[in-house]
Design a protein around this ligand. Structure first.
Ligand code: C2E
Ligand code: MG
Ligand code: MG
Ligand code: MG
Length: 283
């Protein structure tokens, strides 16, 4: 009986493994067709300067409308895109689309709202990246200073010397560089000074705990002071409550991104915010 049960358990286990492997394979196959089937969309989340009471920039965040499974989160499909190399084509589509859109908004509203685009480490490592960015800027006619690229610490902290050169080339184009999810990786502070970066984005996990954990608050404060010292912009991501906002303001952090002001929204809805210059009242 025990043996039977064991076999049964084993069978169940192996079925669920198979099931996951098949699901993953299906997703990969569907991902291959998603670009040509026009299933991707960019959403936009405002970044607000609360001192100026104004949207100063916007982060482009990809969405995948899968015909079978509905909306699939980038957290789920970006890793698959990276492992399969599909991230190259997807990433190029993201950059082009975001720059086109930002140029359109610039022309329509006169509002010099910068767009932030997430770059995968796979994209960052490619020798052709800088040329590609330059081409996109030329083709879309977006002023380079209205583009910022977001990279994670882990993407830039490996092969540091090579990366410094690449970041310098990107900076020379006039494009900004933000370190995303800052505080969760392994940044070497001495290198941080050598990297030609423009912005630190404090990871959401610290912001979430800022009003309940003295440690989280201390870390946030330290990152803000570090940014000031290195002459970098600093933005808090994942701000959801007025309490969190108040603490950030008391630490002199005035750039805010988070559900408190707006979730990521589609291009039409973001355009309404921007063109009407709506005051974003923290809800
Ligand atoms: P990220 O770049 O750190 O983006 C911030 C994520 O936090 C977004 O999730 C955003 O919707 C979410 N967020 C913003 N404010 C709040 C808040 O107040 N509360 C909560 N709970 N969440 C908030 P999203 O859009 O699901 O993206 C997840 C991750 O997927 C991104 O993290 C980024 O690493 C990656 N990603 C998204 N779009 C792209 C892309 O176009 N290219 C690449 N390479 N990666 C992307
Ligand atoms: Mg980001
Ligand atoms: Mg982030
Ligand atoms: Mg992230």
């Amino acid at each position: 009986h025990a043996k039977e049960q064991g076999r049964c358990c084993f069978k169940f286990y192996s079925d669920s493994l198979n099931c996951r492997a098949i699901e993953r394979l299906e997703l990969e196959q569907e991902l291959r067709k998603a670009l040509q089937n026009d299933e991707f969309e960019l959403y936009y989340q405002p970044q607000i300067d609360v001192e100026k009471d104004q949207i100063v920039s916007v982060e482009a965040l990809i969405r995948w409308h899968n015909p079978k499974h509905g909306l699939i989160s980038p957290a789920e499909f970006i890793p698959i895109a990276e492992e399969t190399g599909l991230i190259i084509d997807i990433g190029e589509w993201v950059l082009k689309t975001a720059c086109q859109q930002a140029k359109l908004w610039l022309d329509q509203s006169g509002n010099e709202c910068r767009v932030s685009v997430n770059l995968s480490s796979v994209q960052f490592k490619r020798g052709s990246l800088v040329g590609f960015i330059q081409t996109v800027l030329e083709e879309t006619a977006l002023p380079a200073n209205l583009l910022e690229l977001e990279l994670t610490e882990s993407a830039i902290m490996t092969d540091v010397e090579e990366n410094i050169v690449r970041l310098q080339q990107i900076k020379a184009l006039g494009v900004g560089i933000a370190i995303d999810d800052f505080g969760t990786g392994y940044s070497s502070l001495s290198y941080l000074k050598k990297f030609p970066i423009s912005t630190l984005k404090i990871d959401r996990s610290f912001i979430t705990d800022i009003d309940t954990s003295a440690d989280a608050a201390a870390i946030v404060k330290a990152i803000i002071v570090l940014a000031e010292t290195l002459n970098l912009d600093v933005i808090a991501e994942g701000v959801e409550t007025k309490g969190q906002l108040q603490i950030l303001q008391s630490f002199n952090c005035s750039l805010i991104q988070g559900y408190l002001f707006s979730p990521p929204i589609n291009a039409n809805n973001f355009e309404k915010l921007l063109i009407n210059d709506l005051h974003l009242v923290a809800s």
